[in-house]
Design a protein around this ligand. Structure first.
Ligand SMILES: [Zn+2]
Length: 57
């Protein structure tokens, strides 16, 4: 569970790497999702996911 985002399995996800809409970093892994504006799921990077989690709890 803790390492679910690591390893080769990530490479099978199409568009797994790109620019994070939250922090505008490029070339990051977008394997985390959050609710963005309009209640849509958006893909975000690890850093932003951690920030959201810290805020929520
Ligand atoms: Zn980000």
């Amino acid at each position: 569970m803790a390492k679910a985002k690591r390893g080769k399995t990530n490479l099978t996800v199409k568009g797994w790497r790109g620019s994070c809409p939250q922090c505008s970093r490029t070339g990051v892994r977008l394997l985390w999702e959050t609710k963005g504006e309009d209640d849509k799921n958006i893909k975000i990077c690890k850093v932003c996911d951690a920030a959201i989690r810290n805020k929520a709890s």
